[in-house]
Design a protein around this ligand. Structure first.
Ligand code: GDP
Length: 320
């Protein structure tokens, strides 16, 4: 099966986000027309606005990268927003795409859809086999519903809608706000600030023992375009690097790249979350795709992006 993007009108829903912007960048090397719409023009939570826009824009293919995302604390603090916003956005975009005759759609989720104690590395068939991690179950339930929507439209209407579940992503466009970010950007910022201030220590949330897998967002975008072109089936596909490391090991690596030479202390009032979250990369590898950006190289490019762009945004936001 192969879906040719040449000459197609391709809508990237959520093009301002980290993943959406990476997909839009990646699509520049395909001979297709990239469609985007700003939140100020179309609110994806507004069903009528979404339907009207899709009917006018006539996309052939859609990447659903629009979502309300956040780290462990944000998920735990705003459960209603994480569940409602994500359910409504994906329902509107998927249903609107079906009505408008979209030929191919790729829905993006996350590795948190899997049970907290799923055997590792987690294979796609582990979905719905056990209880979710409570700190992010709201987001996870919404993303599971998105996978099911794609499967339902395929089953009932024969729609070629597929789903990809990326692991923890990082890279340009990441959220460096310490209260809502994921661990990678948080550590990059903390190490940079600790180095700049000449601090003795850097504080890591939790025990540092949980294991996490990371993938650079440009690798993820490449995998999504690859799947859009060559995958067409009911089951979602994991998108990961296939390797994990502990939060403490990650902290040491980030400190090395950033150049912070102080110690590491733990804030045990913060949650650890799920103990391990490594996805099996076997299914994606069997389609012929491999990641290209090694972790250290990715952290370096992410730190450079933070210095060049992220810090400016931060200064504007805080008025520094
Ligand atoms: P998760 O993968 O859904 O648990 O989300 P996160 O990326 O937010 O957190 C991953 C792990 O990193 C958890 O064990 C956190 O406790 C840990 N962690 C350590 N320091 C930080 C930090 O400064 N910010 C965040 N978000 N997580 C941290």
């Amino acid at each position: 099966m192969s879906y040719d993007l040449k000459g197609k009108r391709v809508w990237v829903a959520g093009h301002r986000g980290m993943v959406g912007s990476a997909i839009a960048r990646r699509l520049k090397s395909e001979s297709c027309v990239v469609l985007t719409v700003d939140r100020s023009d179309v609110d994806l939570k507004d069903q009528t606005a979404v339907r009207t826009w899709i009917t006018k824009a006539r996309p052939d293919a859609v990447f659903v990268a629009a979502a309300k995302v956040g780290g462990i604390l944000a998920n735990d603090t705003y459960p209603a927003d994480f569940l409602y916003d994500n359910l409504v956005i994906e329902a509107n975009v998927i249903e609107g795409s079906f009505r408008a005759g979209v030929e191919k759609l790729l829905f993006l989720g996350s590795s948190c859809i899997y049970p907290k104690f799923a055997p590792q590395p987690i294979v796609e068939s582990a979905l719905l086999t056990g209880d979710l991690e409570p700190t992010n179950e709201w987001y996870a339930i919404a993303k599971i519903a998105g996978i099911k929507l794609c499967q339902a439209y395929r089953k009932q209407h024969g729609a070629d809608f597929i789903s990809a579940m990326p692991t923890n992503l990082y890279g340009p466009g990441d959220n460096f706000d310490l209260n809502s970010s994921h661990v990678m950007p948080a550590l990059i910022r903390k190490a940079h600030e600790a180095k700049t201030r000449g601090d003795k220590d850097l504080t890591v949330w939790g025990t540092g023992k949980p294991l996490r897998e990371f993938l650079h967002v440009d690798d993820c975008a490449d995998a999504c375009v690859h799947l859009m072109k060559c995958y067409s089936d009911v089951e979602h596909v994991n998108v990961g690097s296939g390797e994990d490391l502990s939060i403490l090991e990650l902290t040491r690596l980030v400190c090395e790249v950033v150049g912070f030479k102080g110690g590491i202390v733990h804030d045990l009032t913060k949650p650890d979350g799920t103990p391990r979250k490594l996805m099996s990369a076997a299914k994606l590898r069997s389609t012929g795709w491999r990641p290209l950006i090694a972790l250290e190289e990715g952290i370096r490019s992410s730190y450079n992006w933070y210095l060049e762009t992220g810090l400016q945004t931060q200064r504007v936001q805080t008025g520094d």
